[in-house]
Write a protein that binds this ligand. Sequence first.
Ligand SMILES: C[S@@+](CC[C@H](N)C(=O)[O-])C[C@H]1O[C@@H](n2cnc3c(N)ncnc32)[C@H](O)[C@@H]1O
Ligand SMILES: [Zn+2]
Length: 309
Amino acid sequence: MATVPIELLRCPFCAAAVAEDGAELRCDGCGRVFGVTDDGIPLMLHPELPGAREKLAEAEGWLEKAKSEGWYEPDDAVDRALPFVNRELGWDNPLWLANGHSFQILLDRYVQQQRGLRVLEVGAAKAWAARFWLERDCDFVATDILIDRKIGLGRGAFYGDFGRVQADGEALPFPDATFDITYCVATLHHALDLTKMVREMTRVTKVGGTVAGLNEGVRGALRNADNPDQQAEKDLGINEHVHTASAYALAFLRNGVVLRRVERSDGWPPLPFGYFLSKVPKVGMTLGTLVHATAAKYVGVSFYGRRAK
Ligand SMILES: C[S@@+](CC[C@H](N)C(=O)[O-])C[C@H]1O[C@@H](n2cnc3c(N)ncnc32)[C@H](O)[C@@H]1O
Ligand SMILES: [Zn+2]
């Protein structure tokens, strides 16, 4: 029935196992009931979860934004090329440049030749990354609060057969230490509580596994936390925040994640501030990027870490 093995699901309230109960799932611990869509997506973003109202409102906001901006209807040629639409379709889109670059670094540095990994993406939307995990024989689970058939997890069927679960990144419905890699792309800044989302992503990752937040827009230390560029999305109910790079770094470190690399998500060197520091072997790029992002106005940054304990 569900797109994921039921043994992998846990109640986001009490962490107990869930069991099939007719067309629904029922928690063995607290008895709460979770729906499942016709296409097998378990609905684990329960309305009683903290912040559920705001998160479900955000999901509606994305639909409105996509419809008003003309990208609601899926285009197979585009979806097949994501995230590399600049390279493959000749686009000149800075967002996809940064998403694509950061994702390629995740594959090149932290996956390398490994196959058969257990991988979780938080805030996956259509789950365009699925094709890269499936071709590496990975058990991929895509989660998001957005399940729409055209721009949400429902569209994931286009990429093949893999796990899709409606879930809140701040209350993940999975057991501890399950995944080899847990990551998100441009999603951490939607968390109502950044530290909580990083804590949850870390909890479900195996010790030694990779926890990464790719392409997060960060603000310089002296910049306002109200980024005017986000106002239109906020007006639609989308939960937008702009944290400093050090707030992200702290959220990782506090949760026991050692940062292995922090860099500009578009791959550009941290110029001018931080450039010379970035040339220092090993930790240089991380330190140079943190200096650069602290001095910059707004810049996209990617964080790659390892769960240490
Ligand atoms: C900027 S979009 C990025 C989508 C996708 N990662 C991509 O690159 O195409 C942010 C995504 O985060 C999702 N999101 C927002 N809050 C979330 C939460 N609390 N838990 C999980 N996903 C969330 C949104 O629904 C949206 O799909
Ligand atoms: Zn429960």
